[in-house]
Write a protein of this length. Sequence first.
Length: 203
Amino acid sequence: MAKPKTPYRQIRALYDDETITVYQAYNKTIASAAVEKQKLNASPAFRLTRMTWIKPSWAWMLYRAGYSHKDAGQERILALKMRHADFIDILERGVGVEGATGLPQVRIQWDPERTVRLGRLEHRSIQIGIPGSLSEKWVEEMIVGIEDVTDKARELKRVLDERKDVGTQELVALGLVPAERPFELAEELQKGLRMLGDVGPIE
């Protein structure tokens, strides 16, 4: 039986009954303080005024940060856990559900998904831009766990370089690739995020 085709726009993530994991890369000063204190803004170097882009896709994070080797500003990759309700709240703010003006407070961007070898796929992966106006609330109230996964990214790169034939299931078994699953959303929110029907450009 043929494998079902992945929808053009779909949120795939590592999650359990309570939390969902998203990723972002930072410099070592911000990351070290964040992991130690379990607060993303533990270091004065973290600026709440900047827009922060989070991604639930491990492969897309690897692509963006070059397995953490791209530049000093992305040398540490953090896995940030959010409660389901808060993650959905952020998405709703991206389609104008929240806010007195009715305008989106959060940026939503769909980019080509990547394989763990960074190859481009036909379907899309979501990036979520949290603006400075919402950053403090996100940092103080919505992040419930912070883990440094830089070593996992670098070990994955080493294995991929040394073993050209290694498969995804083995990488999952090795703990180097998370078992991401589709994250279900209410139909109305899917419509707002352009996940249903028309699959034309949203970028």
